[in-house]
Design a protein around this ligand. Structure first.
Ligand code: 7GP
Length: 799
């Protein structure tokens, strides 16, 4: 019998949906209508929706098996998937069925939706990009699997105590996660430590990797892909029964606890030495489990290793999974007994690497001593790769010892360390940056030596975002208006169609409806003053992103309000959102100062109705989806040459926010597409910023010469804002690493233009519509199409 066709189809009528909900409540949840809690209702709804996707998953897997396609494997230490319920309702076509069925159980859709906890398995842009790419891979019917780690504790919950960030654990799966399919029988073993003997590596410690997967449905297609997440489990033998019986309870579980710590927590920061070995263990754990799974999947339909690169492309999401390169060599040479040359050639045709940064301090390196202790065989392999690399460099650039030193996989001074980015470039066939400017800077600065050796290896793939999550789900009102304006909702699968909105910017009645949608979104957020510009800066806290520049502007506005009201401009609500790495003191000081300024401004009756500073705690995907639709002004004000791309900038522009920004990252491309008239540009560009940095930059000259800047910094220094923030002011006056003071005047003047533009609401709305109309390029569907054309070369398979 054809089991696939034997699957009973799940109904799509309200009665059938209700029936399924009921039977899931009884048979799978094991409870009854009378005793069902809201949590029961939520989990039962999740199961009912998930079943519909699982049926599509079964058909997808069958089609994949049938066609034995080329696979795209995405290896990422982070995924910021966002809340699952609303997305899966939309993608399974059950959004309209759920409320009535829940009602029948005695629950409202809202109270049930509020129980949907987002899996915060990532820090920021890199993790959210991974989630958007998986969404688009499924939407484009590409056979793909995402691999990651199922951290018990995701990105910390941010709370403010006396204005300071405090971090609380995020036990996101405490009640279980109804969306995931655990497969405890499918575990892999992972080794650590030990030694290299004549037969190869003999690990000294063994940990099990237990997978579970989440469904990744495509939009408007049958395809459902998966993301497979690994969780560390102690081998059963690691429980010491003898000690337990002797009453030594802690000692009895010591080994098991150590093993399971590997997937305990997502690292919110890698800037401290503490826990670094554990982080390296996490990276190898991810790589080892995933490669074994990839090989198992290859073998389902293939026998010959020579076919591996044709059937497999593995994308490394930054350097965190770079150990996959030596690990695949180890599997091929030590376990499969291939020759080194063949193994190296397979590796070099299989992996590709995406770099997500321009900060030199964010390029990972590991102490040789640590890596060699944890993974002795991998260190040998890295040395062998390095010998070949350096031989090639010497042959191409005879006598250029400094170049050899720079390109080596091993940094010698001040401590011997393995340079993971160099390894990633050496072991892959393509390396991409994430925006045009970023990719140019990678080849002209970060990887200039490698680009000289292998120019064809480098390419660009500009980031994109999911229009389903960040427009359709986040902003249903505006989405309906867009669909009406365009005559269909085809734009959700072809975002370039948004360009057809441009003529509607000239239509006064369309503009007034557009404004009404912005007003609704603001009211939903509880920031309902429609007369005030909602000025939004949402992103991780980092000095290069320059939240401190926005804050200086806020202080200047506050001082104008008191001393020179004529220069104040228009009413504003300034909204900050974001987390700082727990060990990043300078970023935490900026957070504390923002909260202090917010309190001072709120306590001053003169600001009433004119200036507000709000900073909701714990910015995450859930909150982003509420803030982005409401925003009027998008702050993208990093020091030029530092932000690789940005993706919040795209989400905000797509939802009709107008950007004030520097020529950095993808801002450059956004401005090109929405038009220079619809973008507020300020500040030094990359060459000017680099030149100033290289010169004898004196931030104090700006303090001395600019009265408003001086007043703002003096206010901080004098303790006017709850007595905090002096450290922020001193750091700006003494060092100003990211040229905040140099860009202050240009920024504040540009903000005055923003205020003037806001006074003409018709003109502003025109700009807003043209931002949406011009942003169709920034769909993650286009990003995936570019990855396919430039790197992956995989074909769609439709179930
Ligand atoms: C971020 C970049 O900072 C951001 O500009 C970019 O849009 C995003 O990746 C997606 O490409 N980088 C990270 O989140 C990160 O952790 C460290 O980078 C390597």
């Amino acid at each position: 019998m054809d089991l696939r066709n034997g699957l009973r189809p799940l109904g799509s009528t309200p009665a059938e949906f209700e029936q399924d909900l009921l039977s899931n409540l009884y048979y799978r949840r094991g409870t009854t209508v009378e005793s069902a809690s809201a949590q029961d209702a939520y989990e039962t709804l999740a199961l009912t929706v998930r079943d519909r996707l699982a049926a599509r998953r079964a058909r997808t897997a069958a089609a994949h098996y049938e066609s034995n396609p080329r696979w795209v494997y995405y290896l990422s230490a982070e995924y910021l998937l966002g809340p699952q319920l609303e997305q899966n309702l939309l993608y399974s076509g059950t959004t309209d069925l759920a409320p009535a069925a829940l009602e029948a159980l005695g629950f409202s859709a809202e109270e049930v939706a509020a129980l949907d906890v987002e899996p915060g398995l990532g820090n920021g842009g890199l993790g959210r990009l991974a989630a958007c790419l998986l969404d688009s891979l499924a939407t484009l019917d590409i056979p793909a699997v995402g691999y990651g780690i199922r951290y018990d504790l995701g990105i910390f919950k941010q709370q403010f105590e006396n204005g300071e960030q405090v971090e609380r654990p995020d036990d996101w799966a405490f009640q279980g996660d109804p969306w995931e399919f655990p497969a405890p029988d499918d575990w892999q073993t992972v080794g650590f430590y030990g030694f290299v003997g004549p037969e190869g590596w003999v690990p000294g410690e063994i940990v099990h990797g237990e997978p579970s997967h989440l469904l990744v449905p495509g939009y408007g297609t049958e395809t459902v892909n998966i993301v497979r997440l690994w969780r560390a489990r102690a081998a059963p033998a690691s429980f010491d029964l003898r000690r337990f019986s002797a009453g030594q309870y802690a000692e009895a579980v010591q080994e098991a606890v150590k093993a399971e710590n590997i997937s305990k927590v997502l690292y919110p920061d890698d800037s401290t030495d503490m826990g670094r070995e554990l982080r390296l263990k996490q990276q190898y754990f991810l790589v080892s489990c995933s490669l074994r799974d990839i090989v198992r999947r290859f073998r389902l339909r293939n026998a010959d290793w020579a076919d591996f690169p044709a059937k497999t492309v593995i994308q490394l999401n930054d350097t965190h999974p770079t150990l996959a390169i030596p690990e695949l060599i180890r599997l091929l040479v030590d376990e499969e007994k291939l020759e080194w040359e063949q193994a190296w050639s397979i590796v070099r045709q299989t992996f590709a690497y995406t770099c997500h940064t321009l900060l030199p301090e964010a390029l990972e390196t590991w102490p040789v001593e640590m890596l060699g202790r944890l993974l002795p065989r991998h260190l040998e392999i890295i040395y062998t790769i390095n010998e070949a690399l350096l031989a090639e460099v010497r042959a191409r650039f005879p006598g250029d010892l400094d170049r050899v030193r720079r390109m080596s996989l091993i940094q010698e001074e001040p401590q011997r360390r393995v340079r993971m980015a160099n390894l990633a470039v050496t072991g892959t066939f393509k390396v991409n940056g994430v925006a045009e400017l970023h990719s140019q800077l990678l080849t002209s600065t970060t990887f200039a030596d490698f680009a000289a050796l292998w120019p064809d290896r480098f390419t660009n793939v500009t980031n994109g975002v999911s229009p389903r999550r960040f427009v359709r789900l986040a902003n249903p009102g505006l989405s309906a208006l867009i669909s009406e304006g365009l005559g269909s909702d085809d734009w959700l699968r072809d975002l370039s169609l948004l360009s057809n909105l441009a003529p509607l910017a000239g239509d006064a009645s369309f503009r007034s409806r557009w404004r009404a949608e912005k007003r609704h979104a603001k009211a939903d957020l509880g920031l309902g003053d429609p007369g005030a510009v909602l000025d939004v800066m949402i992103k991780r806290f980092h000095e290069y992103k320059r939240q401190q520049l926005k804050l200086l502007h806020v202080i200047t506005l506050y001082q104008r309000l008191r001393n020179d009201p004529a220069r104040f401009g228009v009413p504003r609500t300034v909204l900050f959102g974001g987390k700082a790495a727990p060990a990043y003191d300078a970023a935490k000081s900026i957070i504390r100062l923002i909260n202090a300024v917010s309190a001072t401004v709120a306590a001053d009756p003169r600001t009433s109705g004119l200036l507000r500073v709000v900073f909701p705690a714990n910015y995450n995907v859930t909150l982003a989806e509420r803030i982005i639709p409401a925003a009027d002004l998008s702050e993208q004000i990093s020091m030029a040459g530092k932000e690789a791309s940005g993706t919040g900038n795209m989400k905000l522009a797509l939802n009709g926010a107008v950007t004030i920004g520097t020529l950095d990252g993808a801002n450059v491309e956004i401005r090109d597409r929405v038009g220079a008239d619809n973008f507020f540009l300020f500040g030094l560009d990359t060459p000017a910023a680099a030149a100033l940095r290289a010169s004898d930059y004196r931030p104090r000259t700006h303090y001395d010469s600019d009265e408003e800047l001086r007043a703002a910094l003096d206010a901080i220094l004098s303790g006017e804002f709850g007595g905090v923030g002096q450290d922020v002011a001193h750091s700006l006056l003494d060092r100003d690493e990211y040229l905040t003071l140099a860009d202050y005047r240009s920024y504040v003047d540009k903000q005055d233009e923003v205020a003037a533009a806001w006074q003409n609401q018709e003109q502003w709305t025109r700009m807003s519509i043209l931002n949406t109309a011009g942003s169709g390029f920034f769909s993650a569907d286009r990003t995936v199409a570019d990855y396919l054309a430039r790197i992956w070369r995989a074909e769609p398979v439709r179930p």
